[in-house]
Design a protein around this ligand. Structure first.
Ligand code: CDP
Length: 247
């Protein structure tokens, strides 16, 4: 039986978890938030929601570039929010303009386009604004690519997760086929490799480790070991802040 931490009196902090696609950061972030009673925000889901919007409105040109003239005027009016579903153990669904799009944003079609959307400066600016708004009251765990570098550069705890490309592709392929998706391993591998490339080389907020982030290479680490490590770090961080504030 899992024990949740008693943190009622502890100061609330911001936890930023960044890393490569399918490195397991979302699972870690979601579970940490649940165990310590924090809000969890999946920033990747927000970029996925914008990619879905662009796909639905035919905003990708034939050469696969984004039709910026069509997309940009709609960015300020897009509403992206999260809602917990009853009976799903606190799993959050992503809402785009008030409609649940959680399943659709995980489709390969969206995965294949999302990094093209995420490299548009105006899209990033809007998403970062929304993300910072979510984190205003602290008590939040957010995962993504630029959370510790751009969204919350002052986050009290920053983690950077990595794992080898093949291991990550195996994890993602397993996840998708378990959901019933008919997809080849090579397709998943190619998608992750392409996204890694775009995410690490784009001009605005490329994926990189913040200097003060703690690195975790989880190729050979079990989920339980990883959670134990993360919970200990969380506890140490909040204790240190508490001690400092007491002088
Ligand atoms: O689930 P997975 O690790 O495959 O990716 P995700 O977290 O859902 O993010 C999807 C895509 O959104 C990434 O490949 C990035 O292109 C983009 N993203 C970003 O640019 N900045 C973030 N903070 C989060 C995601």
């Amino acid at each position: 039986m899992q024990q949740n931490l008693e943190i009622t009196d502890a100061p609330k902090i911001v936890v930023a978890i960044d890393g490569f696609s399918s490195s397991g950061k979302s699972t870690m972030a979601r579970e940490l938030a649940k165990r310590v009673g924090y809000i969890y925000i999946d920033s990747g889901a927000m970029y996925r929601a914008v990619a879905l919007y662009a796909l639905r409105h035919d905003m990708f040109k034939e050469d696969n570039t984004v039709d910026l003239e069509a997309l940009l005027p709609h960015i300020p009016e897009l509403s992206i929010s999260f809602q917990k579903k009853a009976g799903e153990d606190g799993v959050q669904h992503t809402l785009l303009n008030g409609v649940d799009v959680e399943d659709e944003i995980r489709d390969l079609e969206v995965s294949n386009r999302v990094s093209l959307i995420a490299e548009i400066p105006q899209v990033r600016q809007r998403m970062v604004e929304l993300q910072q708004e979510f984190g205003k009251q602290k008590g939040i765990v957010m995962d993504g690519r630029d959370i510790g570098t751009t969204v919350f550069p002052n986050a009290e705890l920053k983690i950077f997760v990595s794992a080898g490309l093949h291991e990550r592709a195996r994890r993602r392929w397993r996840e998708l086929t378990q959901k019933g998706m008919d997809i080849r391993f090579e397709e998943v591998l190619a998608n992750l490799a392409e996204r890694d490339k775009i995410d690490t080389t784009r001009k605005v907020s490329p994926l990189k480790k913040a200097p003060d982030a703690i690195e975790l290479d989880n190729d050979a680490v079990t989920h339980e070991e990883q959670m134990e490590w993360l919970l200990k770090l969380f506890q140490e961080t909040t204790e240190n802040i508490e001690n400092e504030s007491r002088g």
